[in-house]
Design a protein around this ligand. Structure first.
Ligand SMILES: Cc1cc2nc3c(=O)[nH]c(=O)nc-3n(C[C@H](O)[C@H](O)[C@H](O)COP(=O)(O)OP(=O)(O)OC[C@H]3O[C@@H](n4cnc5c(N)ncnc54)[C@H](O)[C@@H]3O)c2cc1C
Ligand code: SF4
Ligand code: SF4
Ligand code: SF4
Length: 455
């Protein structure tokens, strides 16, 4: 029996609403919200942690399971439908790229609103104003719980602006697909790689979704921080009796890119800001809260988007940020003719600024993250399979990780055990964000910088 057919048989376990609940139980759900959004019967809603929960009867069409990218993603098949038979082969770090740019929204206010250079918001505003889209699926802070993100169909410039910035937390935004299931479109969609996998599954199943959503903007993604980490951190740093009201993970305004960091606003009006930069905040939160399905994700660059957008983590020969500008830049990978046409239209109208760069610059800048996702995730999948844990079905050969990855992987697995106990996790978060933790972490950063600067 071939590996692909073994995988297929295993995945026949999942069917209908019960199948989705089993995917969640098996630890394969990345909380994209797609099953909620595609179900014709409205069977699911999202629960307070962003997972699907059953709220109505299932009519057994199995669309949810066929779209779900938690339990399976057939990269070569998705690649073939988007790029043609010879246009895609799984394994490169970034996927097919026609052109790369450094870009930003031309309007200074939109640029500063954005997480990187506001390119996504600038592009969406232009497409909406010029009538090229009726609206866009974007993510906003969930008003019911600011530690979560939530999807909306933005139909006005104000809603698109409100959605600017990255929500690095659990964001089942594709639940909002439900709202446009009977509308003709055209709509644009902004999503993470796993969400785009689910959308492309849906578009293969039902071509009406291709016409409805002709433009897919993907974000680069290392991992998404579980809402649990933000929620527990908020409880630890909140003034007595105050509730979390807003969370901002990073935006390019105020202190300028890339120096903004996690910020929480509480119901008594006080504001707490993490005592160090975004990378260290992410380290604390990602070590304390379980990353779950993200640890088995192979797509760093939204390989099946029409345009992928990320941060300009690109250094020059002296090791400094090559595109450091307090107003921010976004790095842009153009993948399809649809993506190219949308970007060129926005650039010609002066809504976005683009500067061509070699695609290899983007890959070099994020090489560690991108190879960690291909090789590190493959290693974890093999290890989980070996000990009988559920893994996503990837019906193609996985990359081999070099031996040098084993030791850090084992250490990182061991380090993930203690925070699975609630009080240990809270202790770690408390220490991480305490004055002592900030002193210790900042000292380590200074030392590492000094070491790197030594000739
Ligand atoms: C979880 C996560 C991980 C990321 N990891 C990386 C990384 O490792 N390397 C890298 O270069 N870039 C990463 N990014 C992308 C980066 O943070 C910026 O989103 C990207 O550069 C676009 O910036 P911008 O200023 O052009 O977009 P903006 O103008 O700020 O617009 C961002 C758009 O993304 C949407 N959005 C925000 N959060 C989410 C979400 N969670 N799910 C779906 N849509 C969302 C917003 O609704 C908005 O429309 C990540 C983003 C997220 C959300
Ligand atoms: S009705 Fe169809 S899409 Fe909805 S839960 Fe049942 S099988 Fe899934
Ligand atoms: S991964 Fe997405 S589609 Fe699959 S069960 Fe989770 S929320 Fe639903
Ligand atoms: S790492 Fe993968 S699974 Fe996790 S949020 Fe990003 S794209 Fe989704």
């Amino acid at each position: 029996m071939t590996r692909a057919s073994t995988v297929h048989l295993k995945n026949d376990r999942y069917r209908d609403a019960d199948g989705i609940l089993s995917i969640v139980r098996d630890g394969l759900c990345h909380r994209c919200g797609s099953c909620v959004g595609v179900c014709p019967a409205g069977t699911f809603a999202t629960d307070p942690d962003g997972y699907p929960r059953v709220v109505a009867d299932c009519i057994h069409c199995n669309i949810c399971v066929r779209c779900c990218s938690g339990h399976t993603v057939d990269y070569p098949a998705l690649g073939e439908s988007l790029y043609g038979p010879a246009g895609y082969s799984f394994g490169s770090l970034m996927g097919p790229v026609r052109a790369a740019h450094i870009g930003c929204a031309a309007e200074p206010e939109v640029r500063r609103l954005g997480s990187s250079g506001g390119l996504v918001t600038g592009l969406l505003l232009h497409l909406l104003k010029s009538g090229m889209i009726r609206g866009a699926l974007v993510a906003v802070e969930d008003p019911a719980d600011p530690s979560l993100g939530k999807g909306i169909i933005a139909r006005t410039p104000a809603q698109i602006r409100e959605a600017a910035q990255s929500r690095y937390t659990t964001t089942p935004s594709f639940a909002a697909l439900f709202e446009i299931r009977d509308e003709p479109g055209p709509f644009a969609v902004v999503g993470l790689p796993c969400q785009i996998h689910a959308l492309r599954h849906l578009q293969r199943l039902d071509p009406r979704w291709r016409e409805r959503i002709p433009l897919v903007i993907g974000l680069l993604c290392h991992y998404s921080l579980p809402a649990l980490g933000t929620r527990e951190s908020a409880r630890l740093v909140a003034p007595p009796g105050a509730r979390l009201q807003h969370t901002r993970y990073r935006q390019s305004g105020e202190r300028g890119w890339p120096h903004n960091t996690l910020e929480m606003t509480f119901s008594d009006g006080t504001r707490w800001r993490a005592p160090y930069g975004p990378a260290q905040v992410f380290n604390v939160l990602a070590r304390a809260a379980p990353l779950g399905r993200c640890l088995m994700c192979l797509d760093a660059a939204s390989e099946f988007a029409d345009v992928s957008v990320g941060d300009p983590w690109i250094r020059n020969e002296r090791g400094e940020w090559k595109y450091e500008d307090p107003d921010g830049w976004s790095s842009v990978l153009v993948r399809t003719p649809a993506g190219e046409a949308a970007l060129n239209h926005a650039a010609a109208a002066g809504a976005v600024t683009l500067q061509a760069i070699p695609p290899a610059e983007v890959e070099r800048g994020q090489h560690e993250m991108m190879s960690e996702k291909k090789e590190g995730a493959s290693l974890r999948i093999r290890a989980r399979r070996l000990i009988g844990l559920s893994v996503p079905a990837y019906p193609f050969p996985l990359p081999r990780a070099p031996g040098s990855r084993w030791a850090p992987e084992i250490i990182s697995w061991l380090m993930r055990i203690p925070p699975s106990i609630g009080w240990v996790r809270r202790l770690m978060l408390g220490m991480g964000f305490s004055s002592f933790g900030a002193y210790w972490i900042n000292r380590r950063i200074r030392k590492r910088r000094k070491r790197a600067e030594r000739p």
